[in-house]
Write a protein that binds this ligand. Structure first.
Ligand code: SF4
Ligand code: SF4
Length: 63
């Protein structure tokens, strides 16, 4: 179960800069070989990734 009200996605605008890997307070983003992945098990729905991603590539949508 989760208390999150929103789902988060990374869209095609991602440039794999990996700022999110460092900035997410719950370490939800991971650096993979050719892309960045997002695992929401520990996400607190803080919304910070919508601000720190320089490409606006993180999208929040209703669950
Ligand atoms: S901060 Fe944004 S552009 Fe950079 S890797 Fe994360 S999702 Fe992609
Ligand atoms: S909403 Fe907050 S905890 Fe969840 S992925 Fe974004 S920065 Fe991380």
């Amino acid at each position: 179960m989760t208390d999150r009200n929103y789902n988060y996605l990374i869209n095609e605008d991602c440039i794999s800069c990996h700022i999110c890997v460092e900035e997410c307070p719950r370490r939800c983003f991971t650096e993979e070989d050719n892309y960045t992945d997002l695992h929401l098990e520990n996400c607190t729905d803080c919304g910070k990734c919508l601000e720190f991603c320089p490409m606006g590539a993180v999208i929040r949508e209703n669950c």
